[in-house]
Design a binder for this molecule. Structure first.
Ligand SMILES: CC(C)(COP(=O)(O)OP(=O)(O)OC[C@H]1O[C@@H](n2cnc3c(N)ncnc32)[C@H](O)[C@@H]1OP(=O)(O)O)[C@@H](O)C(=O)NCCC(=O)NCCS
Length: 209
């Protein structure tokens, strides 16, 4: 990690006003270069999680690539009971105020770098979608965004949080392992690929108590 590249990170709740931005961020995070990053359950959102064929490095096997949901699907997900989203932005160093800043200090010129979407129903939390844009990875932003998301989930009553990740998404698995998630199950062939292949989903869980 290059410490000089780390900029102040701002995290705020996302609302229905942010759906276009959330959709664009999700697309940037799941672009084909990030192949195989099958992410938590886009299948129950009404969104379209269809796969694009892409080669898994070193295997030649087509892998699942998460597809961004349309803004309308984001609006539907955000309207589901217990769902919430966070939006992370960074600011150039030394900039104290930005014209157009809102009451919480978020400037219109801040650069969006990541998002977090989860749902909490009673004691059960589910991480539905999460990402940091490629240009800003390995700077600790994902760790901080996840920590804040888990804090919100816990405040909403979650005692544990689960997610699904494609078996060949090693980067995300490594990320979640360092964040204290454990493997608790597997859904064989969960991510269907255009070429007819399939990738298992691993179910990871972290206790929040
Ligand atoms: C997974 C993801 C959110 C991580 O975001 P990030 O901002 O790069 O993560 P951080 O910089 O906070 O990394 C925290 C720790 O996770 C681990 N980690 C993160 N990326 C890693 C990688 N590519 N390889 C190995 N370990 C990694 C490291 O232990 C890292 O700590 P370190 O940098 O001090 O070694 C990001 O890679 C991403 O958006 N991926 C595409 C979308 C995706 O897979 N979402 C999750 C689907 S379930």
């Amino acid at each position: 990690m290059n410490d000089l590249s780390v900029r102040p990170l701002f995290i705020r709740p996302a609302t229905a006003c942010d759906v276009v931005l959330l959709s664009a961020l999700q697309a940037a995070c799941y672009q084909p270069a990030a192949a195989s990053e099958g992410c938590p359950d886009s299948s129950n959102t009404g969104a379209s999680p269809s796969a694009s064929p892409s080669a898994s490095p070193g295997t030649g096997v087509a892998v699942h690539v998460g597809e961004a949901w349309r803004p309308r699907s984001w609006a539907e997900v955000l309207a589901m009971p217990g769902s919430f989203a966070l939006l992370a932005t960074v600011r150039e160093p030394g900039v104290r105020g930005v014209p157009g800043q809102d009451a919480e200090g978020h400037g219109a010129d801040d650069e969006p770098v990541g998002f977090f979407l989860a749902q909490v129903l009673f004691a059960e939390g589910e991480l539905l979608s999460f990402g940091v844009v490629p240009a800003h990875r390995r700077r600790g932003y994902g760790r901080r965004l996840l920590a804040q998301g888990l804090e919100v989930a816990q405040r909403q009553g979650a005692e544990r949080i689960q997610l699904e990740v494609a078996e060949n998404n090693r980067r995300a698995q490594s990320f979640y392992k360092t964040a204290g998630f454990s493997l608790i199950g597997r859904r064989p062939g969960y991510y269907r690929l255009a070429a007819g292949d399939a990738v298992d989903a691993l179910i990871l869980q972290r206790l929040l108590m």
